[in-house]
Design a protein around this ligand. Structure first.
Ligand code: HEM
Length: 409
């Protein structure tokens, strides 16, 4: 996302062929929108599926088919802002910010390293950790889901996958939050500097994994062993930055996803009952929960040439924001999109992205959601909220600041 809020308006003068937009206001950081963005996203999708947002200085795209069409066409829509003549700080150059063909070597280095991991073993260890965290939580009358379950489990899983020691949670969580919130720097410039500082702090930690003797196993050991000899300084930087993105991005997205999924289940006790009655539902439920209320609200690209989306002309150089959260509830793609259907079929949602920038950690993330659902369904009482769930005031990442709950009747 990454730009300021503002009312939707008619496209600027050069886009006069575009349909006249209704008076619709989308303010991603408005408290009502943070609480429940789906009504305004549905209105956008229905009334102005490709529309210019003044405050965000971007086109917003909300239909599933249009989002995937843009993501498919990386010759026209760049992720790498350097292709449109913009500067990108060295610390931000990673698998996430590069485009094919330059992205291919670093992406396949990490994808191959991931394929070489013992994912069933990772899932077993995650299962044990989730069960232990849930047991501890059940010993108290109530607990805080984000800091006592979602965050520690996510950190454990990501560190286990990468093959690194777990840093102290509180310190790391603060740095990670600053980075996560800086993704909304376009909406609130005050968030940019704390994010930059936190990124620098984490870069030092990540560098130590490459310069000191790292663990002999795990994803980063594989990456270190398979980085071709003679790799230049720039490519080496891509690799380290990608390790940082996997570590911090993986942790914060995983934490957010677990919080959202558990919150959804507290609001749908019938779904918890369904899971308790039928363990075979767990894998599909893990997908449906990410579709229904996933953490990553969208992604951005820049048009490198004059083009169009669904017939709306897009000038060269214009940024385009693809709103996954809207596309994941597009009735043209999903039957009964606003219903949580744990048995949903053909659920190719955009919660893990799409195409060449889709989530590298998908399989590990799916396993982590599954183990939490399993731990929950086998506990003697369902999860329920005990107080007000507080959303983080963030636009790019949909997550909770606090989720007080209990495992007691
Ligand atoms: C349920 C948890 C997760 C969700 C919902 C999720 C979602 C996403 C999404 C939507 C993207 C695409 C963003 C874009 O197109 O701009 C993405 C990219 C990415 N994810 Fe995840 N993610 C999760 C967990 C993880 C984990 C655990 C890791 C690593 C350990 C990870 C590593 C990455 C990386 C490295 C990318 C960038 C890929 C690229 O640009 O080529 N994610 N993720």
């Amino acid at each position: 996302l990454g730009a300021g809020p503002g009312p939707l308006r008619r496209p600027p003068r050069e886009h006069l062929e575009a349909p006249v937009l209704p008076v619709l206001t989308y303010e991603p950081l408005d408290p009502a929108t943070v609480t429940n963005p789906y009504p305004v996203l549905a209105a956008l999708r229905e009334q102005a599926p490709v529309s210019w947002h003044d405050g965000m200085s971007s086109w917003l795209v909300t239909r599933y088919a249009d989002c995937t069409a843009v993501l498919r066409d990386h010759n026209t829509f760049a992720r790498d802002r350097r292709r449109t003549g913009q500067q990108v700080p060295a610390a931000s150059l990673s698998v996430q910010s590069l485009d094919p063909p330059g992205q291919a070597s670093v992406r396949s280095l990490f994808m191959n390293a991931l394929r070489a991991q013992d994912l069933p073993g990772l899932e077993t260890r995650a299962r044990d950790r989730a069960a232990a965290l849930l047991r501890e939580a059940a010993e108290r009358p109530s607990f805080e889901v984000m800091s006592e379950l979602a965050a520690p489990l996510s950190l454990a899983v990501v560190c286990d996958l990468l093959g690194v020691d777990e840093p102290p949670l509180a310190e790391f969580a603060a740095a990670s939050d600053a980075i996560m919130r800086s993704m909304d720097g376009g909406l609130d410039p005050a968030l940019i500097e704390p994010g930059r500082q936190a990124r620098e702090e984490l870069t030092a930690l990540v560098d130590s994994w490459f310069t000191e003797t790292g663990r002999p196993s795990g994803l980063l050991a594989h990456v270190r062993a398979h980085t071709p000899a003679g790799t230049g300084e720039t490519e080496e930087l891509f690799v380290r930055n990608t390790a940082r993105v996997m570590f911090q991005g993986g942790y914060s997205t995983m934490t957010a996803a677990l919080g959202n999924a558990l919150h959804t289940l507290t609001a749908h006790p019938e779904a918890q009952e369904q899971l308790r009655a039928n363990p075979r539902l767990v894998p599909k439920a893990a997908e449906e929960l990410v579709r229904f209320d996933g953490p990553v609200q969208g992604t951005s690209r820049t048009a490198i040439r004059k083009t169009s989306i669904a017939g709306i002309p897009i000038p060269a150089g214009d940024p385009v924001v693809l709103l996954f959260a809207a596309a994941n509830r597009d009735p043209a793609r999903f039957a009964e999109p606003d219903q949580l259907l744990l048995e949903r079929r053909d659920n190719r949602h955009l919660g893990y992205g799409w195409g060449t920038h889709s989530c590298i950690g998908t399989r590990a993330a799916q396993a982590c959601v599954r183990v939490v659902l399993d731990a929950l369904r086998t506990h003697r009482t369902p999860l329920r909220l005990t107080g007000r769930a507080q959303r983080q005031p963030s636009a790019t990442m949909r997550t909770f600041a606090a989720l007080p709950a209990t495992l007691h009747p």
